[in-house]
Design a protein around this ligand. Structure first.
Ligand code: MG
Length: 252
């Protein structure tokens, strides 16, 4: 299937859904503290989506039971919000928000450090952010998809960490998952050429030691096989001539 190029009108709608996702992400990130449950974060996200006339892009997707994904420490992605799961000091909490507004999806994630003092964990989160920034920088018209993948992998490898290979970024638009798949590893100069109007969800998943992952018995939660921490960050971007537009960037 071909990569869908969005029209200027569709990009306006993408911008709106992405901005809602970003607002929810930032609101939840500010609320994260010891004692708060991931279930409360899911509830707050649901309220914000409802108030905006939007829906979760994740709820019901292949049967996913949550409004958002919340993944703590060794959990990589796809953790399910839970009212019994309290956030603790020292945790890193990935929140992944996908919304559908006016028929278009915005998808974004961040990893919040909750009073983290372990230097290696702090570095892990910082490196995931740097890898995302490098991937976005490579997402320019005329470059190839492999340039994005390679930029992410290069930052992570250089830092001595590993990228998850079993889960990838993706095109995004009317559907949560469109072509292309965007691995967080691979050779530069390969893959489809990027064109203005492509909208991509770029999302490095960075493990501290081994890239191997397991899926929990709940059928969803992905966690590192070695149970060491993992960080996950994501932006939805629109490819342009020159720098990509980060649709889920926080607006001041
Ligand atoms: Mg995504």
């Amino acid at each position: 299937m071909a990569i869908i190029i969005k029209t200027p009108d569709e990009l306006v709608k993408m911008r709106a859904s992405a901005q809602l996702a970003a607002r929810i992400r930032d609101t939840l990130a500010a609320k994260i503290a010891p004692g708060v449950t991931t279930g409360e974060l899911g509830d707050l996200a649901f309220e914000m989506m409802k108030a905006a006339g939007a829906k979760s892009a994740f709820l019901g997707y292949r049967g996913f039971p949550g409004q958002i994904c919340t993944s703590i420490n060794a959990e990589v992605v796809h953790g399910i919000p839970n009212h019994a799961r309290k956030i603790q000091r020292g945790d890193i909490v990935s929140i992944d928000i996908g919304v559908v507004l006016n028929g278009f999806v915005g998808d974004t994630a961040t990893t919040v450090m909750v009073g983290v003092t372990d230097p290696e964990t702090i570095r892990l989160v910082r490196v995931s952010e740097e890898a995302l920034a490098a991937g976005i920088k490579a997402a320019r018209a005329g470059n190839r998809l492999g340039d994005v993948s390679n930029a992410i992998e290069t930052v992570v490898k250089k830092a001595g960490f590993t990228v998850v290979k079993d889960f990838v970024g993706h095109g995004v638009g009317r559907s949560l998952h469109e072509e292309p798949q965007i691995p967080n590893y691979g050779a530069a100069g390969r893959g489809p050429k990027l064109k203005p109007g492509m909208t991509l969800a770029i999302e490095p998943m960075v493990n501290m030691v081994s890239s191997d992952v397991d899926v929990l018995e709940d059928g969803w939660t992905v966690l590192t096989r070695d149970r060491r921490p993992s960080a996950h960050v994501e932006h939805t971007v629109a490819v342009c001539d020159g720098d990509a537009e980060i649709l889920t960037l926080t607006q001041k």
